[in-house]
Ligand binder design. Structure first.
Ligand code: CP3
Length: 342
């Protein structure tokens, strides 16, 4: 296996940083759009053969240093007895949305091995057919709860924020149930063969600092601690991470994924050696002309000269309207850079 990602996650000395991209399989890619014209998103997630095919697309098209399982953070709702829909527009929808403490009480955790078998079957298919590490993932409990309650991200999860202020007790009960099923789900992904895990707390930024330390951090901690013994590296992605360095560092994950609001070399100095950092180009970098893109990527690579523990990525996912040539240019620029040659 080309294990550059695993070496960077262990903060070993590497010739160049590994590069992969959040949402590296998606609508910006013509090969993906061809499949999407034939199949619904729901079907791509639920049919292991199709999910495996999409997972491999960015390896063939971009040659990135890692694959990320093609799935969604919301399929886990099925292990709580809910169903998830992916309409053509407006974002995912949960049925039925969770709106009362009685519904939280009634949520029953089902065996993930059975309910989410199609995810593990996809992992079984992918693993022998790729030569780079496979990243599995889940949503963070707070982010998943936001979707279960509000059903979509409309109006920045107004009902979620109202609930956590008015009835924190039942909100914690919901977070605890999601945490429990998430730990089982991630352990089952490891058993099926993933090499790395990433947790997405995409909506943590709607919480203020105090709320984040009450409603997100303790549940992230439970997950990180429960998985530590597995030895599988875990990357924490949390929207707004550059403003939450200290609390995220306190969890001691293998890596923290950062947005673009602070320069990468400054973040490297802010995070203790031994915790890798991931990021942090803006998805807008792909709107720049080629020379400007190469200049910006090269400047970041130079600023990290001699530093260990860096995984090149964006600060958030690739946007659907991104020109694929620019994505390839970013990947090629990183991969043709050698720190040893300088
Ligand atoms: O990164 C990857 O390539 C792996 C696959 C992946 C998807 N979703 C596929 C997907 C991953 C890691 C996710 C995580 C996910 N899903 C997050 C966390 C990451 C983030 O973006 O902050 C969130 C919040 C979701 C929930 C979700 N799923 C939303 C809000 C949407 C609609 C957004 C959109 O672009 O339309 C989805 C649908 C979804 N999940 C798509 C993909 C590639 C869109 C695909 C399509 O319409 O064809």
């Amino acid at each position: 296996m080309r294990d550059l990602l695993l070496r960077a996650l262990r903060s070993e000395q590497v010739d160049r940083p590994p590069v992969w991209l959040m949402r590296q399989a998606g609508r910006y890619m013509p090969q993906y759009r061809v499949l999407r014209e034939k199949h619904s998103l729901w079907k791509l997630f639920h049919e292991p053969e199709l999910a495996a095919q999409v997972t491999r697309q960015p390896l063939d098209v971009l040659g990135v240093d890692a694959a990320i399982l093609f799935s969604d953070i919301l399929v886990i709702a099925e292990a709580l007895g809910l169903s998830v829909h992916f309409p053509e527009s407006g974002g995912p929808r949960l049925e039925p949305p969770i709106r009362t403490p009685a519904q939280v009480n009634a949520l029953e955790i089902r065996p993930v091995e059975e309910v989410l078998k199609y995810v593990f079957d996809a992992i079984f298919l992918i693993k022998p057919s790729i030569d780079v590490p496979l990243i599995g993932f889940s949503g963070a409990p707070f982010t998943v709860a936001s979707y279960l309650i509000d059903s979509t991200s409309k109006e920045a999860f107004a009902l979620t924020r109202l609930w956590l202020r008015e009835d924190p007790h039942s909100f914690h009960m919901l977070l605890q149930k999601i945490t429990q099923v998430t730990i089982s789900y991630l352990k089952a992904q490891i058993a099926a063969g993933v090499d790395v895990l990433q947790i997405f707390d995409s909506w943590a930024n709607v919480l203020d600092e105090g709320e984040f330390s009450l409603f997100s951090l303790p549940y992230l901690k439970q997950i990180v601690d429960a998985l530590r013994d597995t030895g599988v590296p875990l990357i924490l992605f949390c929207r707004g991470s550059t403003e939450r360095v200290a609390p995220l560092v306190s969890l001691a994950p293998s890596a923290i994924s950062f947005d673009w609001l602070r320069p990468i070399d400054e973040l490297r100095r802010a995070v203790p050696a031994g915790i890798a950092i991931q990021g942090n180009f803006s998805p807008d970098i792909f709107k720049k002309p080629c020379e400007a893109l190469v200049r910006e990527v090269t400047a970041a690579l130079r600023s990290m000269q001699g530093q260990r523990g860096w995984i090149v990525n964006l600060g958030h996912g690739v946007m659907p309207d991104t020109p694929i040539e620019q994505v390839r240019l970013l990947v090629d620029t990183v991969q043709s850079y050698s720190t040893l040659a300088r």
